[in-house]
Design a protein around this ligand. Structure first.
Ligand code: SDX
Length: 432
């Protein structure tokens, strides 16, 4: 039990309040404020939760100042090089890296869930052909909650496990189907002779007329993108999944809520926004104009792919993504890729600019991921859907951790009320 405490004193005569200070394995201590209101009648105020720990978690740890990202204690740099996505998914879900036998069993389980219920395909016909893939994912993943009544007791670990396996297995199928529907091609069934990421690329790029032979270098690159996006502490979409799940809601509906939050350009939608920004900048000669706009408080324009709520140093994922970018462009003979060269120039200029240096605005994971995906032939509108595909394992692991946490309660923040004081209704005929 923690012996550290913090004392809050008030200058309006309220008695001082002593609060426990809790320590984790790594990272800042936290002041446990659960008794603050009962002891003092005051709340804390923290819009955007800049300095608030919402839960205990053992899944991911970020040190924003040192540019460190650990999944279950393992550095992302080692996982991205030595493991594949399903190995990392197993780690994030279960807390330990799998043995060869455990991995083989996990892969076999996931493969058995890659197909979707045939009736689910009818949902796609309700969308316009040009519907944004994220809108489709929100709808179709949410609709999964209408299909799986056989695993609805979330207090039962087996039901939580099968929901996790279904989501991890089906997100690539649902995402590829969104792409096929968009381009007017028939859906491709999963191929269980292919590994997870190669199977996704098959469902994306194969047609009934032509087999798709995955290029191992490109498959490895996309697999690494999935690893880098798998989890990231209590980011906005993960917090959305936790808050939705805290009411006991259906896990598929909770993941759908996470997808909706991830779609925003300030969050997962940034990789798509980076490509649009680079296309709009168009040439190195115009970078200065956009850097100027990014610094102008009267201009809503921000440099997409730069800055992060936690990383005040280089996002370690951005470094790995940059390397992957080089590998893919070299493999495809695109080292003179215009957007990549523009991105490298923009990164250099921004990192030398005082405004960005002062505010510690470094490239984040989204800065290069869009270029890699574009080089892989993935349409820009699908970038965030692929982010959602990867983050699903993090979301469902965090959801599972929350549901099994004995301290878990329904999330219900308070507020600082700034509206009208109590007043009486005046009959409409007497209103001024
Ligand atoms: C992801 O949380 C996660 O972990 C998210 C994520 C994950 O894996 O889940 O890492 C994925 O969402 C990465 C972030 C992708 N978003 C973008 O690339 C969009 C561009 N970035 C910004 O919108 C912004 O940096 C945020 C939203 C990412 C972070 O915003 P914060 O922490 O709220 O920072 P802030 O808005 O308070 O900015 C601090 C200062 C401000 O200037 P001042 O008021 O101090 O003068 O920095 C400026 C901001 O105006 N600023 C930027 C900027 N980002 C911040 N100015 C220009 N361009 C930018 N990109």
């Amino acid at each position: 039990m923690s012996t550290k405490t913090a004392t809050i004193t008030f200058n309006d005569g309220k008695p001082a309040v002593e609060l426990p200070v809790l320590s984790g394995t790594l990272g800042p201590d936290v002041v446990d404020i659960r008794t603050l209101y009962a002891k003092s009648g005051v709340f804390t105020y923290d819009p955007g939760f800049m300095a608030t720990a919402s839960c205990r978690s053992a899944i991911t740890y970020i040190d924003g100042d040192k540019g460190i990202l650990l999944y279950r204690g393992y550095p992302i740099e080692q996982l991205a090089v030595q493991c594949d996505f399903l190995e990392v998914a197993y780690l994030i879900l279960n807390g330990e890296l799998p043995t060869r036998a455990q991995k083989d069993e996990f892969v076999s389980i996931i493969k058995k869930h890659t197909m979707v219920h045939d009736q689910l395909t009818r949902f796609y016909n309700g969308f316009r052909r040009d519907a944004h893939p994220m809108a489709v994912l929100v709808g179709v993943v949410g609709a999964l909650s209408a299909f799986y009544h056989d695993a609805m007791d979330i207090s039962d670990q087996y039901h939580r496990d099968i929901s996790a396996h279904r989501l991890i297995a089906k997100l690539p199928t649902i995402t590829a189907m969104a792409y096929k529907y968009n381009v007017g091609q028939p859906f491709m069934y999963p191929r269980n002779d292919l590994d997870y990421t190669a199977n996704f690329m098959h469902m994306m790029f194969a047609t009934p007329c032509e087999r798709y032979e995955p290029n191992p270098v490109l498959v490895r690159a996309l697999d690494r993108i999935l690893i880098l996006h798998a989890d990231h502490e209590q980011n906005a979409s993960t917090s959305t999944v936790r808050l939705a799940g805290s009411s006991g809601a259906n896990p598929f509906a909770c993941i759908s809520a996470g997808i909706a939050c991830l779609w925003g350009p300030a969050h997962g939608g940034a990789n798509e926004a980076v490509l649009h920004m680079l296309e709009e900048i168009g040439d190195v000669s115009r970078i200065g104009e956009y850097i100027k706009r990014a610094k102008d408080k009267n201009d809503p324009f921000r440099l997409m792919g730069f800055g992060h709520r936690v990383y005040k140093n280089y996002d370690p994922r951005a470094k790995l993504m940059r390397e992957t970018c080089h590998e893919v462009l070299n493999e495809l003979g695109l080292h003179d890729h215009k957007l990549f060269k523009l991105a490298m120039a923009l990164e250099k200029i921004a990192l030398e600019d005082e405004y960005f240096v002062e505010r510690k605005l470094y490239p984040n994971v989204d800065f290069y991921s869009g270029i890699v995906q574009s080089a892989l032939g993935i349409p820009t509108r699908l970038f965030t859907a692929i982010f959602a595909m990867a983050r699903t394992v993090g979301w469902i692991a965090q959801w599972n951790e929350m549901i099994s946490d004995p301290e878990q309660k329904i999330g219900r923040p308070r507020q600082l009320y700034t509206g009208a004081a109590q007043r009486d209704v005046v009959p409409i005929g007497q209103r001024g």
